[in-house]
Ligand binder design. Structure first.
Ligand code: ADP
Ligand code: MG
Length: 328
């Protein structure tokens, strides 16, 4: 069990940023409105994710740390996934290669904690917590020194963590996020909750993360094709950049890095940009979960549309239409 968990861990968690992605997605799945991330030494010695979500009942704590136990789907409907999580793999995988402590409290309940160290589960014990869930991961990969060697400098790991958090925060403008380095005591990333009108909320969040320049140069995109909708923002060609750092794609709220979709983004701008200029955009594709497979890779940043031509065509035509309308 422990050995196979350690192997699985390599697929789900390859560095602190991927552990943080899993923990923050769990917090989002739990309906959190505030998510705090604390790290030390690039996340190598400490990751702590605190949320105000619905919590985990005492009797489910051990289950949450067991392989392939998920509270989110019953396993019969892998094609119809609405939550980020569905494999029940993240917590046990992290617990197999680190010291993990989870503390949680459901409303009307008491607070309980559980420790797991290198895959060995402790006993559920009472603790103190006002609500929600805290997951602490100490000494990631201490149980697998070979993996530890592949981690990069604290600075590089910090950068990867901040990228992951920004991507998740772009898709969840109604959730407040903070990232704090406990070593320096500095909060390096902080965004407030934006409620109300969704487009306004997205714009405000985008401005907070991508900067005022991007927000004021962005065209609102709103298109639909055969049941797939495309919303979001695409920058005017005049705001194009020398590097492709401002390309954010989401499928059903999930940050993705998909070659077909990124290719479509480039194709949409091909008449407006020279080869070495890159478009900037933040785009959300939404469709019936049955039409897209998010099960391609454990880390889940790839997707496979049943009809990739529709998604691609939608991006190209939706963006071209907006760009043409803006006089380009
Ligand atoms: P998955 O997200 O695929 O279900 P995980 O291993 O990430 O699997 O989490 C296992 C289970 O633990 C989840 O299904 C959920 O029930 C519970 N869980 C994990 N993190 C949280 C959290 N922050 N708030 C509430 N429940 C959580
Ligand atoms: Mg999960």
């Amino acid at each position: 069990e422990t050995a196979s968990n350690r192997i699985a861990a390599g697929e789900v968690v390859e560095r602190p940023a991927s552990a943080i992605k899993e923990l923050v997605e769990n917090a989002l799945d739990a309906g959190a409105t505030r998510i705090g991330v604390e790290i030390a030494d690039g996340g190598k010695t400490l990751i702590r994710v605190t949320d105000d979500g619905h919590g985990i009942p005492r009797e489910e704590l051990k289950l949450a740390l067991s392989r392939h136990a998920t509270s989110k789907i019953d396993g019969t409907d892998l094609l119809n996934i609405h939550s980020f999580g569905f494999r029940g793999e993240a917590l046990p995988s992290i617990g197999a290669v680190a010291r993990l402590r989870i503390a949680s409290r459901v409303s009307e309940g008491e607070a309980w904690e559980l420790n797991v160290n290198g895959g060995k589960l402790g006993e559920v014990a009472p603790c103190s917590l006002r609500g929600g869930t805290v997951v602490e991961v100490r000494d990631l990969f201490h149980a697998t020194p070979a993996r530890l060697k592949f981690l990069r400098s604290d600075r590089a790991e910090n950068q990867a963590i901040s990228d992951v958090l920004k991507r998740l925060a772009l898709a969840a403008p109604d959730v407040a996020f903070t990232l704090t380095d406990t070593g320096t005591g500095k909060t390096t990333f902080k965004v407030e909750r934006h409620q109300g009108d969704l487009i306004d909320a997205h714009l405000a969040r985008m401005e907070a993360i991508l900067g005022r320049d991007f927000a004021t140069n962005a065209l609102v995109i709103d298109a639909e094709r055969e049941g797939i909708t495309l919303t979001g923002f695409a920058a005017l060609p005049t705001y194009s950049r020398g590097a492709a750092v401002a390309q954010f794609l989401f499928v059903n709220g999930r940050p993705v890095r998909d070659k077909v979709l990124l290719g479509a983004l480039r194709a949409a701008y091909s008449d407006f940009l020279s080869r070495d200029r890159h478009p900037a955009a933040c785009l959300f594709l939404t469709c019936d979960p049955e039409r897209v497979d998010v099960n391609v890779h454990p880390a889940k940043t790839e997707v496979r549309f049943r009809e990739p031509g529709i998604a691609r065509g939608l991006i190209v035509s939706g963006l071209r239409h907006a760009l043409a309308g803006a006089g380009h």
